[in-house]
Design a protein around this ligand. Structure first.
Ligand code: SF4
Length: 345
């Protein structure tokens, strides 16, 4: 079992990023193999339960009410509709159901609905995950009591670059939410976005923050910026793809027991690039045609790619491979189960 360190220094992270590419990938792939089945990928299904009009000003996000994008706003979904979508997803093979709302934080009036949602989705036998913005300690405990397994709250970038991206909440606010989630006994999903015009040092800083948390997140989504028209980052310069693969590899080395998730931005990656990310240690994806409000590769394309690579969805059921593949293929092809979100709260 790998040693999990919480004392990474800037110099050490830089040294990893600056390794010859093949050496870096070899190191990351070796660590991946020691801790996970290298040919399995964990797959999550997501549902946007409230879309757009968010009071926060995250400069990458089409859901922010501060920017004019083509996004259609939607109010909080009724509990029954959410449960229906979860039931459908389960019938078709999903094991974890993630629900996202474009809020700064859930308000007191929302909590009974949200808790009911969690309870009822949980009663279906699904793992539950939510991303609702900031959580204070009471709300974190309320969600945990309702049965929530995971909470997503990304750090987004380094503390130094953060102010260039979000001004309506602080980096410390984010760390406090993660603390509250941990304190309430839930698992943490937290990562960031690269390609937002940041410096290499900011990518080092993001990974250092995540790895040096008192307990590393169980799930670490690494997003490649999806440039959305109308947001302040619509014209930012593209990040070199090799730098993205390096970021995945370094995340795998620094957080050897976490699921490293290829999240938003996969539509801009060809199959070869995604394969390289899997080799570098990515072992989780969102499956479906949208992530909150941004495009995601077609579900069939995902299955085809996994097949080509001799990979398969992480096994959590006692299904035969064929039945499991068939169930997943049909699952997210049903757009109703995957009106998904940019996992970036
Ligand atoms: S990333 Fe989340 S908090 Fe930020 S604007 Fe979008 S929905 Fe709101």
């Amino acid at each position: 079992m790998a040693t999990v360190r919480h004392d990474w220094t800037h110099e050490e992270v830089r040294a990893l990023f600056e390794m010859p590419f093949n050496d870096l990938l070899f190191k990351a792939a070796s660590i991946h193999r020691e801790n996970f089945k290298p040919n399995e990928v964990q797959i999550s299904t997501l549902l946007s339960i409230k879309t757009g009009a968010c009071p926060e000003d995250c400069k990458y996000c089409p859901q922010s009410g501060h920017y004019k994008t083509d996004l259609e706003r939607e109010r909080l979904m009724e509990v029954e509709k959410v449960v229906e979508q979860a039931r459908l997803a389960k019938q078709k093979g999903a094991t974890r159901f993630c629900m996202g709302a474009a809020w700064s934080d859930p308000k007191d009036r929302d909590m009974p609905y949200i808790s009911k949602m969690v309870k009822e989705v949980k009663e279906l036998g699904l793992e539950t995950c939510m991303t609702l913005g900031m959580l204070d300690n009471d709300k974190a405990h309320a969600l945990s009591d309702a049965g929530l397994d995971y909470y997503n709250h990304n750090l987004d970038t380094s503390p130094e670059y953060y102010q260039q991206i979000i001004t309506t909440r602080t980096y410390q606010d984010r760390l406090d939410t993660i603390d509250n989630v941990r304190d309430a006994g839930m698992k943490v999903c937290s990562g960031g976005i690269v390609g937002m015009g940041e410096q290499a040092a900011d990518r080092f800083g993001l990974l250092m923050q995540l790895a040096n948390l008192p307990q590393q997140p169980e799930s670490v989504p690494i997003n490649m910026l999806v440039k959305v028209k109308g947001t302040p980052l619509e014209d930012v310069e593209d990040l070199d793809h090799f730098e993205f693969v390096r970021t995945i590899a370094v995340a795998r080395i620094m957080m050897p027991l976490s699921y490293v998730r290829l999240s938003a931005g996969r539509t801009a990656m060809n199959e070869q690039m995604q394969s390289m990310c899997f080799f570098a240690g990515a072992n989780s994806i969102f499956y479906g045609d949208k992530l909150l409000t941004t495009e995601n590769p077609e579900a069939d394309a995902d299955m085809n790619l996994l097949k080509k690579l001799g990979m398969k969805p992480e096994e959590r059921h006692d299904y035969s491979d064929e039945a499991y593949e068939a169930s997943l293929s049909s699952a997210i092809a049903d757009k109703a189960t995957s009106e998904l979100f940019y996992e970036a709260n």
